[in-house]
Design a protein around this ligand. Structure first.
Ligand SMILES: Nc1nc2c(ncn2[C@@H]2O[C@H](COP(=O)(O)OP(=O)(O)OP(=O)(O)O)[C@@H](O)[C@H]2O)c(=O)[nH]1
Ligand SMILES: [Mg+2]
Length: 219
């Protein structure tokens, strides 16, 4: 009983800080996404592809969440855009306070799209609002097609589902129709993209959608 109450209080405190983060993004008309998936689904690869294709059209900035290393931030730094690495020291998700603690290092007047790459995990990040506008959950073909039914909360709380590594479909028994059906049963409002960061297939639709979201935010 006590444990439940403590956890509820932690989430409430997180919610309050997330709201303050959101106010900063809204005030500056910055479109912000929280990108979540299992380890290795391709979050950083999608960021690399997105920055590479859109860096002349959108001013992009990134937070990289990771347990320990600065590897992902180093990958993003190569594009000469603002990036901060948050190391969670073993925690399996980012929280709103961790995000708040680095926001001072960004000039949001000069940012259109802010991407927060969460720690690779399909469970822990699901309950933690960071102040983002949209939550994007990614699954990839080698993980198997049972992820929505096994980890429903993250799909329930997301706005967007990205199915990555579709170049690997011919080598697996992954059923893309089943994944989409299961995910939509959990959350009928999910916007779905099927992509390959390797071949580039499907990425154009993602770019178009992202640009629309940014321009809606500016209105
Ligand atoms: N075949 C194939 N491999 C991919 C694709 N996208 C990413 N990968 C590979 O998958 C591996 C993991 O990609 P990352 O982008 O580092 O994944 P991540 O989700 O950022 O990983 P964490 O930050 O550790 O959670 C790398 O070896 C990528 O080259 C894809 O569309 N197809
Ligand atoms: Mg990564």
């Amino acid at each position: 009983m006590t444990k439940v109450r403590v956890f509820t209080n932690i989430l409430k405190a997180n919610e309050n800080i997330a709201q303050k983060n959101r106010e900063i993004f809204n005030k500056n008309k910055v479109y912000t996404i929280n990108l979540m998936s299992s380890p290795g689904s391709g979050k950083t690869s999608l960021l690399e592809r997105t920055i590479d294709s859109l860096k002349n059209e959108l001013r992009i900035a990134v937070i990289e969440g990771d347990l320990q290393t600065t590897k992902d931030a180093e990958r993003i730094e190569k594009y000469n855009i603002p990036v901060t690495q948050i190391n969670t020291d073993g925690a399996c998700h980012l929280d709103a306070n961790m995000v708040a603690s680095v926001l001072d290092s960004y000039n949001f007047k000069e940012i259109d799209l802010f991407v927060i790459e969460n720690v690779g995990n399909l469970v822990c990040p699901a309950g933690y609002d960071l102040g983002e506008e949209d939550r994007v959950v990614m699954v990839s073909i080698p993980e198997g097609d049972d992820k929505p039914i096994k980890y429903p909360l993250i799909f329930h709380n997301a706005n967007v589902l990205i199915i990555n590594k579709i170049d690997l479909l011919p080598y697996t028994n992954f059923n893309r129709l089943k994944v989409k059906e299961d995910a939509l049963n959990i959350n009928p409002n999910l916007k779905i993209f099927e992509i390959s960061c390797q071949t580039g297939e499907g990425l154009e639709n993602w770019f178009i959608w992202l640009k629309e979201q940014v321009s809606k935010k500016k209105r």
